[in-house]
Structures are given as C-alpha cells and as structure tokens.
Design a protein around this ligand. Structure first.
Ligand code: NAD
Length: 492
C-alpha cells in the first residue's frame, strides 16, 4: 500500500495547452488515468472549466484572424508537416494508445494510420475548398459562391479511438482556415497531449491556433456555452451526442454529434466460412467490442439447420481467441477501458441469464491484473426487444438472432434506432445488392466485418448514430468547417 502511494505521488498531472502555452493546472479536481492491462496509474487528468476554455478561445480567436488570411496551399503545407511528424512517431503514438486505452498494438498502429490518412485527406484543401460561379444570370450579372472558415471550432472526443478521432477533425478544421480546441476523453488523454507537443514543434502552425483542454462534463458545458466557439464536432455515446447537439444548437452553434451504434452482421447460409469466421469475430470482439462499428448482433439466416451451422462456426472461431494485454502479441481480445466497464458488462450478462438467455460462450473468466479483461461472450435464445438487442453494450458481447430469409433479416436490422454500420456475409451478388440497397445504415460492409470508410469518404452514420447533417471526414468535413458566401455582381 505504501509503495502504491509512493508510486502514485510521482505520477504527474497532465497540462492543458491554452493560447499557445502549456499550462500547469492550478489545483482543482483531477481524475485518475489508469493502464487497463495492469491497473497502474499513468497520470492525473485535470478537469477544466469556463476559465481554461475562455483562455483557449481568446488565443484561438486571435490566431485565427491571421490564419484565415493564409493561402489555402500554405495551410495545406502546414498539414504536410503535421503528417510527417505523425508518421515519424507512428510507433510511439501506437504504444501510447495501447498503454492508455488497452487495445492491441496492431490495432493501435492501424488506428494511428487511420488518423494520418485523415491528415492526408485534408491536405487536398486547395482543391476541395474551391467555390462555384455562374456567369450571366442577368445582363452583366455574375454569381459566385466562396467558402470561408466558420472561425473557432471545438472537438469533444471519446475514449475508444484516442489517436484517430481527434484527427477526424483537427486537420480539416485547420485546412479550412479555422482555429481548433480539442477536449479529448478524460479516460485516455495521453495521445492528445503528445499531439500538442508535436504540433508545438511545427513552425508553420501558429501559436494559439490549436489548444488542448482536459476535462469532463464541466469542460464540455463550458465549450457549449462559450459565445466565442462557432462550431462543435462531437463523438461519443448517443445520449451525450443528443445533449451536445441540443445545447449547442440552442446557443446558435453549428454541431455535428456522432453518437452510439448497434450494428448487425447478417450471415447468409452461403457465406464463405473463412470470411465469416474472421469477419464476425474481428467485428464483434476486436478492441473488446469497443468500436462504434463493432458488430454486436449476428443475424443467422436460413433453415434452423443452416442457422445452427453458422452459429457453430462463429462460436468455434470466437473460442479460439486469446484475451490479454494489448502489448502481448498473442492477444486477440484486449482489456476493456477500465475495471468499471467490466463490472458493468458482467452485470449485463448476469441480467441476461436471469432473463432466460443462453450464454453460449462465457467470457467471464480471469479479469486479469487490471481487472478489465472480459473474453468473447455469445448470447442466444434472446427474447425480442431485450436490451441486449436494443442497447449499445460496448463490450465483447455478441447477440444471436435468427431469421428465415433475407427479408426477415433486413427487417431485424432496420428495426434498430441506430444506423451506423451493417454487414452482410454472402457469396451471392444478388443478396448483397438487395441488402446494400435496402439496409438503413450509412456504412455497409459486404464480407468486410468492420466497414470503416477511408478518410476520403465521410464517416456516414444514419438515424440515432448521428445528430446533425454533415459527417466527419471527406467532403462533408469541408462543408461543416466552412460557411458559404454567395456574391452577386454587376459591372457596368
Ligand atoms: P461518452 O459519451 O461517455 O464521452 C464522449 C465525450 O463526451 C467525452 O469527451 C466526455 O468527456 C464527454 N461527456 C461524457 N458524458 C458527458 C456529459 N454527461 N455531459 C457532457 N459531456 C460528457 O462516450 P465514450 O464512452 O467516451 O465513447 C464511446 C461511445 O462513443 C460509444 O457510444 C460509441 O459508439 C461512440 N462512438 C461513436 C462513433 C461514431 O462515429 N458514431 C465513433 C466512436 C465512438
């Protein structure tokens, strides 16, 4: 116990980065940031409020006035520097993600790569910010549409992709001529701190243009209420997304709020067994199910015998997965983000059992040194409308549902209030086409378990998976971070 206290005393408190300077928090409340694989305390996270947010906004306003006057190609060149800095630190950033959040090093490396791709997509700004003109709408009259930055934008991000999701927003916002304030998840903010150190070293990005504010609810409320923030990009659970969208919109801000998900994987009887096994298990249990694109329902299609055969294939593949620390190369299923997350999910499984649901594969074995391990868990014989089918559990729990044919399967998928992603496993082009046409989800996979679009396309959730009209990444990002101005001119 004494050792722990001595070790803990050496743990540093993270710093905010406000208006161009690192700022040591002056007392106040902190939260613990722990390594989920070991339970070790990594850092203390200071909780910002209106004072810190106001300082960030003042710095951002000033820096943005000059930044917006920089030619778009000059802003894009600054992103080239950012891209190179991230590329040079890929390995280090991936290890930070694994340490802080738990996912396997392979997964973390892929995440960092995805973040870098967003920077690469934003580098096309001079092309994508081009406007439109229509000559001669009346005698001597021309109309011209130009895109201008919205001003100061803030991003509030979740714990599950601490490296990728800040990069869904930061490079596009800067490329479009805005200043940027990041409020990362209080559960794993180490990568964001490293990002700010790397940005600090890039001469082409002016001081104060990017700020980092640590914190939780109070920091978010301060962002929502600050009149100097023009637009907010949010990613997190559906309830928080709705709250951020409502409160932000009430204060006249532009908001894109990406929320939760409950994604279905439709398994046709003709699915290729290898694509099926790898696709379903990767989707349901990769990152311990803590992905907004994770498949959490498998809809087994066909006769009862065909459904049972698909179930056996999935259970066999899931049983072979190894649960353990993200730094261990043998690990397939990483720890959850915290011991509390495990406790909550074990509670969900216990309740499901009490409700008569069959636990076909039970992951409640060894919780591991950090108390956060939960192995792949598969549930069957689930009553319709049970919460394991309707609620996002955000863990390695796969619910099985049975459907006699594709129509019935599509009805199950489209019954969800969410519409982030959905996947079909089939060897039939006709079934795949019918599915992609009729399914109510914005990201569709065909024999691909995690149908994450590359950054040149928008991250296209539907229904309750997003509040707002414009998505992250792709052309949508430039539309969200700019205002259009239409100029009508007559010259004698
Ligand atoms: P979360 O909603 O708990 O937190 C997200 C952010 O909101 C954090 O920065 C947090 O500090 C803040 N926050 C949390 N509660 C708040 C409150 N009551 N008031 C104000 N701010 C609050 O989400 P999480 O657990 O960090 O992330 C997981 C969730 O994110 C899952 O629901 C997942 O599906 C979703 N997600 C969605 C997408 C997408 O693209 N749709 C992508 C990744 C994650």
């Amino acid at each position: 116990m004494t050792d722990t206290i001595a070790a803990d005393a050496a743990v540093r408190t993270l710093r905010h980065h406000l208006a161009g300077s690192w700022v040591e928090p002056s007392g106040g409340q902190t939260l613990e940031d722990r390594d989920p694989a070991t339970g070790d305390l990594l850092a203390l996270v200071p909780l910002a409020g209106p004072v810190e947010v106001d300082r960030a906004v003042r710095g951002a306003r000033e820096a943005q006035l000059a930044w917006r006057e920089q030619p778009p190609q000059v802003r894009a060149r600054a992103l080239f520097r950012l891209r190179d800095a991230l590329d040079a630190h890929r390995g280090e950033l991936a290890r930070l993600v694994t340490l802080d959040m738990g996912k396997t090093l392979d997964d973390a490396t892929a995440e960092v790569g995805r973040g870098i791709e967003s920077v690469e997509a934003a580098m096309a700004a001079p092309h994508l910010l081009k406007g439109q003109t229509l000559e001669g709408v009346a005698r001597g009259v021309d109309v011209e549409l130009v895109r201008q930055p919205v001003g100061v934008v803030a991003a509030i991000t979740p714990f599950n992709f601490p490296a990728m999701i800040p990069m869904w927003f930061l490079p596009f916002a800067l490329a479009a001529g805005n200043a940027f304030i990041l409020k990362p998840s209080e559960r794993d903010p180490l990568t964001s701190e490293r990002y700010l150190e790397l940005i600090d070293a890039i001469e082409e990005i002016p001081r104060g243009l990017v700020s980092l504010v640590h914190g939780a609810q109070d920091a978010v409320n301060a962002i929502l209420d600050h009149p100097g923030i023009d637009a907010i990009s949010f990613v997190g659970s559906a309830a928080t997304a709705r709250y951020v969208n409502t409160r932000g919109a009430e204060r006249g801000k532009r908001v894109q709020a990406l929320g939760g998900a409950k994604n279905s994987l439709v398994v046709m009887p003709d699915a290729d067994p290898r694509l099926l096994a790898g696709g379903v298990t990767g989707s349901a249990f990769g990152a311990a199910g803590q992905r907004c694109l994770a498949g959490s329902i498998a809809v087994l299609v066909g006769t009862p015998e065909e459904q049972d055969r698909s179930r056996e294939r999935i259970v066999a593949a899931a049983s072979a997965l190894r649960t353990g620390a993200g730094l261990d190369p043998a690990t397939d299923v990483c720890p959850l983000v915290s011991a509390e997350a495990r406790e909550r999910l074990v509670g969900e499984i216990e309740q499901a059992e009490r409700d008569g649901i069959a636990v076909v594969l039970d992951g409640r074995g060894d919780p591991g040194p950090g108390g956060a391990n939960l192995g792949p868990t598969i549930l069957d014989a689930i009553p319709p409308e049970h919460r394991v089918l309707t609620e996002e559990l955000f863990g390695p729990i796969l619910a099985l549902v049975r459907a006699p044919d594709l129509d019935a399967a599509i009805a199950v998928v489209n019954g969800s209030r969410y519409g982030n992603a959905s996947v079909i496993f089939t060897e039939s082009g006709g079934a795949a086409r019918t599915y992609r046409h009729r399914v109510e989800a914005g990201m569709v996979g065909v024999n691909v378990g995690v149908a994450a679009p590359v950054a040149w396309f928008p991250f296209s959730g539907w229904k309750d998976s997003i509040d707002g009209d414009l998505h992250a990444n792709g052309d949508d990002a430039f539309a969200f971070y700019t205002r259009t101005k239409v100029v009508t001119s007559r010259w004698a």
